[in-house]
Design a protein around this ligand. Structure first.
Ligand SMILES: *Cc1c(COP(=O)(O)O)cnc(C)c1O
Length: 355
């Protein structure tokens, strides 16, 4: 591990007074972690500095060819005031896998994790206290070479910024409406769907806007080849409950291997649910919901943890799930996973990193 140099800010910001108004990703803390990379030299100069603007060459490759990847994880405050992270090393390992696909360098994961912990420790007073709030952690890597030839950059910047975020659900876990997208696709076989690259999000915004105008919270993506099989929702993996059985699309290279997905599947098995990863046709899902065999649908992701789905719309056909409140399977998984994350339940799988 490399030594991390710290330069503290001399002009600290005012912390948000009302934790019920935090929202998501609008406020940033006083410091950030930076680390540079140069081909032949590797990662160097890990440092924590006051949060502030970057100065970059307008030709920097990130602006033109989009070598940009990111991660998202959280720091939680326990009832005793102590702080803890949830599987942060999984995020850094995933970032290295994203990097490989984008012809970017593997992270120095050890130094990045040390930097992440040190940064959160410096910013510990920014971790909110109210139930359901947390400090969102956003590691990012971008290409810096100032040249317009289409090649992998030789220079990169890795950085981490922090944002206190509010409870995702202000009025409890209310099911949302989801629009099944049947013209645009998010990812294709052989593409970059399994990476957390910025371009995947850029390509998804238009469909999201259209769905929102139709009154839906998010888009459910189908496979990019036949548009028949369920992939995932915006920034969440998708799960369906059939009574005591949970089914989810298998990892096929075009969906994002969510850490929440992986954790929920493991917890579900430990809680006695049957778990199956397979290819899921949207047509079958609609039939199964109409027949009452499929009893619940929900998304899984770091931001919302579990997001129940109350309605699906596909080619102007609508199906309704449940009675307008969260189903028992989603509720059990939500309570168990957030219980572990906030330290209310024992961490039997060794997922928690205490600070
Ligand atoms: C980040 C993300 C997820 C969820 O991953 P987690 O590790 O559970 O937060 C799911 N789908 C996409 C497209 C994502 O970018």
């Amino acid at each position: 591990m490399q030594e991390i140099k710290v330069t503290l800010s001399t002009a600290l910001k005012q912390k948000p007074q009302d934790e019920s108004q935090l929202g998501f990703g609008r406020i940033f803390t006083d410091h950030m972690f930076l680390m540079n990379y140069e081909k032949g030299r590797g990662w160097y100069d890990p440092r924590i500095v006051p949060y502030g603007d970057f100065s970059m060459d307008p030709a920097a490759m990130v602006f033109h060819y989009g070598q940009a990847i990111f991660e998202g994880t959280k720091c939680y405050r326990r009832q005793d005031g102590g702080l803890q992270l949830f599987r942060p090393e999984e995020n850094l390992a995933r970032m290295s896998r994203s990097a490989e696909r984008m012809a970017m360098p593997h992270l120095d994961e050890e130094t990045a994790l040390a930097g992440l912990k040190k940064l959160v420790d410096i910013e510990k007073d920014w971790v909110p206290h109210q139930d359901g709030t947390s400090l969102y952690i956003r590691p990012t890597m971008i290409a810096l070479d100032a040249q317009l030839g289409v090649h992998a950059s030789h220079k990169y910047l890795f950085y981490i910024i922090l944002s206190p975020v509010g409870a995702y659900y202000k009025e409890g876990l209310k099911p949302v409406g989801i629009y099944v997208e049947d013209s645009y696709v998010r990812a294709v076989r052989g593409g970059v769907g399994f990476t957390k690259c910025a371009g995947n999000y850029a390509a998804s915004i238009l469909a999201g806007d259209i769905a929102e105008k139709k009154g839906y919270a998010q888009v459910l993506w189908l496979d990019g080849v036949e548009q028949k099989y369920v992939e995932e929702v915006g920034s969440m993996n998708m799960m369906f409950a059939y009574g005591n059985k949970i089914v989810t699309p298998m990892l096929n290279g075009s969906i994002l291997p969510g850490i929440t997905r992986k954790s929920v599947l493991q917890l579900a098995a430990q809680l006695g649910y049957e778990v199956e990863e397979k290819r899921i046709a949207i047509e079958d899902v609609f039939e199964d919901i109409k027949d009452g065999r499929c009893t619940e649908a929900f998304g899984t992701g770091t931001a919302a943890v579990i997001s129940p789905v109350g309605e699906l719309c596909w080619k102007d056909e609508k199906v309704v799930l449940g009675d307008g409140s969260i189903g028992p399977v989603a509720q059990k998984l939500y309570d168990t996973l957030t219980g572990i994350q906030y330290g209310r339940l024992p961490d039997e799988n060794g997922w928690i990193v205490k600070l």
